[in-house]
Design a protein around this ligand. Structure first.
Ligand code: BG6
Length: 487
């Protein structure tokens, strides 16, 4: 830990994210003594509460989730948490808030160092930033960083507007746009796997790769987030950010260096070159699904056409990837919670003695629940001369206690505290992703072609047709893992 002291303020301090992700992550970092600096927290909420009440609420959540919870360490951690009642949409309250912050700053000698985390609706980002600017930031010493939770806008236009207002206040270098998937261990591992292994570097192109499949399945429905989700849908909620970011890591060229901006420069090139041809009638390139029973979810409109599932086939307009399909699929209430990237290599056509097609090599980057790498190759079946047998090398990183990865938010929060923005999205990446969504939304009449699927299933059958149209299939991670015992 360095000696820097910082006040970390959370707008939306009584929201799900603060209780279920942020404070549990802060506590874990505190317990493991991993904080990069000395931090004091201010949680902002509309309701009246004492510090003690708020601390107790945080403690209850952490107790339930964290097997390493200990009363002793929480009692020490909680001394750093303050609750401040503020209607953040009301400018009149900010002068008093500023006084509160100045007093806290003096009490803890934080030298004006502040981090503001906006875990609110994106429509509130501009006003909060403007009020902070007017009352709390001008002419103050210390650094000021601002963190914006996703969704960053609702569409290209609203995201642009938000971005213009917040950059005028904080400047791009102090802005941290969260995509928590970038904090996941195996997403961070993609570039290492790709660029430090000669065997993959040499074949990462259209000559050797047949297709790429990125799957993020969820087993839960929209739960208590029906109001937000019904406005959003899977395309905005998952594809615009998490899945397109993964795709960018998979398809980007090797950056000039592994510095933040070089990586982002290459990612944005991929995003700008993604081609999707919406063709809903035949479900050849895109499928929108809705789980049965979605319309009965709380706060969902009775005739809602919001998609809870999307499968997309896209290509990348770049000589490296010409003709290689990238399949993305994600949905709620599916038959499991898992996320993985599957790289299917081209099949080797064999002559004698085998006289058959070998199985394709598969590289699987397992993101969750298990973290690891699976690689499948062909061998000759023992005692036979002509028969081939696929065998696998399967490395489970998360099974190994020594390598237990931190939760995505732990890593991201500590990076914000340390001032490292590598795992956050730059505006041009967000903009490019919104352009893709805009193109999709404007070129297809989603509502007429929304199909339904059973809860707990693999998703709509139309997603099978989408991939079968090119004589391919979705690889199923469970089948692959089971087949490792075949030999
Ligand atoms: C969030 C989405 O960004 O990611 C949620 O808003 C989704 O709808 C969640 O459930 C999935 O994240 P994870 O880490 O549980 O896979």
């Amino acid at each position: 830990m360095n000696n820097q002291r910082i006040i970390f303020t959370i707008f939306g301090g009584t929201g799900n994210l603060a209780y279920n992700k942020l404070f549990p992550a802060f506590y874990q970092l505190f317990q493991e003594e991993k904080f990069d600096s000395n931090i004091f927290f201010v949680a902002i909420g509309r309701r009246e509460k004492t510090n003690e009440q708020y601390r107790k609420e945080v403690e209850d959540k952490i107790k339930k989730k964290n097997p390493d919870y200990s009363k002793r360490s929480f009692d020490s951690f909680k001394q750093r948490i303050y609750y401040y009642q503020l209607d953040f949409t009301n400018e009149l309250h900010y002068a008093a808030f500023n006084n509160f912050m100045i007093n806290l700053d003096q009490a803890h000698q934080t030298d004006g160092n502040r981090i503001y985390y906006l875990a609110t609706a994106p429509t509130d980002f501009p006003a909060i930033s403007a009020y902070l600017d007017k009352y709390c930031l001008k002419g103050k010493k210390g650094f000021k960083r601002a963190v914006f939770e996703k969704p960053f806008g609702y569409d290209l236009e609203s995201a642009t507007q938000i971005n213009n207002s917040i950059s005028a206040v904080f400047g791009e270098n102090n802005i941290y746009r969260i995509d928590h998937y970038l904090g996941k261990e195996m997403i961070q591992n993609i570039l290492t796997i790709r660029f430090t292994n000669q065997i993959f570097k040499a074949v990462w192109n259209k000559e050797s790769i047949d297709n790429v499949q990125i799957t993020v399945k969820e087993s839960n429905g929209v739960e208590e987030r029906g109001g937000y989700y019904d406005q959003s849908g899977a395309l905005r909620d998952m594809i615009q950010n998490h899945l397109l970011q993964i795709l960018a890591f998979i398809a980007m060229e090797q950056p000039r260096s592994f510095e933040t901006d070089s990586i982002r420069d290459e990612k944005v090139k991929v995003l700008n070159n993604i081609k999707i041809i919406p063709d809903l009638k035949s479900h050849e390139n895109i499928v929108f699904g809705q789980y049965e029973g979605y319309l009965q979810e709380e706060k969902v409109k009775p005739h809602s056409k919001t998609e809870t599932y999307v499968a997309i086939k896209c290509e990348i307009d770049h000589p490296t990837w010409e003709g290689v399909p990238f399949y993305l699929r994600t949905g709620k209430f599916l038959n499991g919670k898992e996320a993985e990237i599957i790289i299917e290599f081209k099949k080797e056509v064999l002559g004698e003695p085998f006289g058959c097609l070998a199985q394709p090599n598969l590289l699987v980057i397992k993101i969750q629940p298990e973290e690891g790498i699976y690689f499948r190759i062909n061998t000759k079946k023992p005692r036979s001369e002509k028969e081939l047998m696929p065998v696998s090398m399967d490395y489970c990183q998360s099974c190994n206690f020594i390598y237990q990865s931190p939760e995505a938010y732990e890593r991201l929060l500590n990076d914000i505290i340390a001032g490292d923005s590598t795992l956050f999205t730059r505006w041009d990446e967000v903009e490019a992703a919104w352009k893709i969504i805009k193109h999709l939304m404007s070129s297809c009449t989603k509502d007429d072609y929304l199909v339904s699927y059973e809860k707990g299933s693999e998703g709509p059958i139309e997603a099978e047709y989408l991939i079968k149209a090119t004589h391919r299939k979705w690889w199923n991670i469970e089948d692959l893992s089971n087949s490792r015992f075949d030999f």
